[in-house]
Structure formats: C-alpha cells, structure tokens
Write a protein that binds this ligand. Sequence first.
Ligand SMILES: C[S@@+](CC[C@H](N)C(=O)[O-])C[C@H]1O[C@@H](n2cnc3c(N)ncnc32)[C@H](O)[C@@H]1O
Length: 493
Amino acid sequence: MREWVELHLGHRISESRLADFEKRVLLASAEAGFEEPSEFIASLIRGGENNEAIGYMALYLTIGETYFFRDAMSYSVLKASILPEVLKRKKPGERLSIWSAGCSSGEEPYSIAMTAMTVLSDFRSEAGPIEARILATDVNKQSLKVARSGIYRRWSFRDIPAFIKEKYFTIREDETYALKDEVKSRVDFAMLNLAEDGYPSIVNGTDNLDIIFCRNVLIYFSPEQVTNTLLKFHKCLRPGGWLFLAPSEIPHPAPKFFHVQNLNGAIVLQKVEEIDIKEKAPIKIVHSNYSYFGSTREDMRLSIDNLIESPPAMPESREPPIEIDFENLQSKLTEFYDQGRYSTIIDALPQISTSMEDSDSSETMGLIARSFANLGNLEAAIDWCDRLIAQDTINARWYYLKATIHHEMGDDEAALRSLTQSIFLDESYVIAYFVLGNLHRQRGEKVKSSKCFSQVARLLQERTGTDIVQDSDGLTVGQLKSIVSSLGGDSQI
Ligand SMILES: C[S@@+](CC[C@H](N)C(=O)[O-])C[C@H]1O[C@@H](n2cnc3c(N)ncnc32)[C@H](O)[C@@H]1O
C-alpha cells in the first residue's frame, strides 16, 4: 500500500510515519463512505478514470488546510514584483495565465484572482487590456466541488480584513459567504494528479504559463517525485516564468533549472533557460521556518491589508477585552466552561488566539468549539473542529466532537462518517460507540445499533461503576451500563 501511494500519488511515507499512515488510510476509507477499509483499498488499486478514492487518500495524507491569502507574503510579492514584471512583457492579445496546482478547496486560486484583478485594474499597457485566466487543479474531487461552489465558512478567512469579505463576497442566511461571480468566473477548476504525466499539455491548459503556485503539496512527495514535478513545471512555464512554493518549503539542493529567490521571505523560483537537464540530482523539499538565506520570516511579516485596495479606514468600536491569566489559560477556560460561561470564552477569543501555541492548543480549541456549540453557533463550532482536526489529525475525540455538532445540525450522514472515523482511531472510545449506536437506532438500523451497544457493554465490563465516562458530560460507567443493557447491549455477543 505504501509503495502504491508513492507510485500513484508521489507521497513518500517514511518508516516513522507507518502507524500514522495506517490510521489515515482508515480515515480516508470512512470519509469515502466505505464500511470496510479493504473495499476502499481495492477501489484505489482498481483505479480508472473516475477514481475518487485516490482523492480521499491524498486529502488524508496532506493536511488539507487552506485559507484565503495564506502566507500573505507570497501575495504581496505577487502583487508588487512578479505581476508587474510579467505584465510588462505581454504582447497584444496575450493573456495572463496562472496555475494553482494542489488548490484544495479553492481559497488559493481565488486569492490569486483577487490579487491579479487589483493589479490589472491599475495596469495600463500598450498591449491593450489584458485578460487573466487562472487554472486550479487538485486530485481530490470533493475539494474541487467545494471550490467550484465558491461558498465558504468563516474559518476560510482567518484574520482577513473585513473589507475583503465585503468587496468580493455576499453573506448568506446561514452565515456562509458566497464568492461573487466577477472572481469566480476567472478560475477554471479541473482534476489533475501531479504524480501522473498529464502536464504540460495544451489540452488541459498547463502549457505556456506565466506563474505556477504549488504550495504545501511537494513537501509530501518523495525526492524523485519532487524532481520530476519541478522538471515538468519548468516545461509548463514560459521563458522567465515563476513558480511559488510555500515560504517554509526549501528545495535542496537548489535545482539548476530554476533560479531560487527569496523575495522578502517568499520562496519564488524563476525558470532558467537553456540548461542541460540531463543531470538529475534528486531534490528534497525541506521544511524550515527559516527562509532560503537564513533570516527568519518573523521579522518580515507583512500586513495583508494592502493586498487589495482598501476603503478609507473607519474607527472600530470594540468591547474592552476580558483579562485572562495566560499562565493557567486551560484551567481558567475549563472553569468558565464548567460554569456555563460560554460567552466569556468566546469574548476572550482575540486574546486566546494570540496566546495559543500549536503544540498544546488542541484542548483550548476543543473548549472553544464546545462553547460555540452550546451558544447555538454550530457553523462556528464546526469551523473550530475542522481547525482542531487539521492540527491534531489522529485524535478520536475531535471527530467525536464534530459528529455531535453535525448531529445537532441535523446532518446525520456527516455525523455517521465522523463517528466511524473516531472509532477507527480509537477502538476503546466508549462514548463514540454509544452515540453511533443511538444514531443507528434512530435510523431503524437494529443490527448495527445493537453491535455498537454490545461493544459499549464489553468496554465497560471491567470498569468501576462510579467512574466518569470520558467526554460524556458526567455520565458514570454504572449509568451507561444500565442504559445500554436496556437498549439491548449484550457484552456476551
Ligand atoms: C495542504 S493542501 C494545499 C492547498 C493550497 N495549495 C495551500 O497551500 O493552501 C494540499 C493539497 O494537495 C493535494 N494533493 C496531494 N497530492 C496530490 C497530487 N499527487 N496531485 C494533486 N494534488 C495533490 C491534496 O488533495 C490537497 O488538496
């Protein structure tokens, strides 16, 4: 399976990631709607034109996280340096062509489109008006479906200034944001697996390009696949064309056929012509928070406010922030949560967000998600669950939390998927089996529900009655035992 993934998707799974890999296969299988992982694997291997399984696999091998204007520095460099340089060289009738490769749910290509539209609106050229086309591809069909819809939840924006949302989106009744047609119509989406040979090609529009964005994808590839992909990108580009990687993705050793540049912290590769590419030293993408020439990105942080032309600043009215002692952040938030002070937690979000460290913020995010759910803002609760899962992918508890919110929203199919993922990740997670059993019961699926209740009974068999069941909001083992036995859960099955 590991070899298959490397051959067909380009991803290298190291020995140390094997246990994690197994779990990700199970998660992808559940998300793709397979009850048996073996059927999912068979479908992967069968392949074929409409093979959706490979997309699910890709999604679970990468952290599918993306958001508008992610790594603002890249867009700043695109706006201030690269686009003006590219546009200057355009001849009459030529258009601007950009490819976002591994575009996930579309936030990246749409951010490129917005940036290009801003630059083009000011650009005067002897070549006359220039049209911009953006091609966006991914191997995951579900992500492409979201991308084509142009509808996003709040979390896709992170800390994007409100005026960008107001300029390019309309807010809908369910508090999601719909991208306006003027941006949507500039981007064409298509499925493309970067590990295959479908590019460059005039047929799918991957030839003669000015700029390619391929960020947070190559980092997962084997060195051989990175080298091949970079060589193919080289062929896709026009003379002097540009390739953007993520700021933390450093190609090593530096490819000879690209000139690697650090433009204010953004890693940009410019096509080098007339180079003998016979010599193919495998190139790795090295993950580093240090830019190519050794300086940190921290000091080069740039505001995204000036990427899109902003309206005149309006004075902001803000509630005074609540004082929180960050030394004991988690215990203080738990205390608030236990007291039912959900709004206090949400009001303190701006302070909490700045103090969250990636490594230990999962519990805090869990409390935020639960607080939103308790306040009835289920959209926001789901957004926080997605963020949690992106950060702590193989923790069964977050899938369970997401399932409970989906259920609350009336989306039982999604709840079932998340619960299946939760128990794949932790076969001893009692509460997930219990809720799954209830869900099957409500749907009249008797065999499935009693299987779940029996599993709960089995897991509780050896435990003391007064113990509290994890994540059950105070239910004791004794109480749960008698509930499942009344529902037909038999530990002897
Ligand atoms: C982390 S997302 C990157 C999204 C966006 N480029 C960004 O930086 O925000 C990685 C994406 O790469 C896609 N991907 C992974 N392997 C791929 C492959 N072999 N061909 C095409 N896309 C792939 C995944 O489906 C996922 O949508």
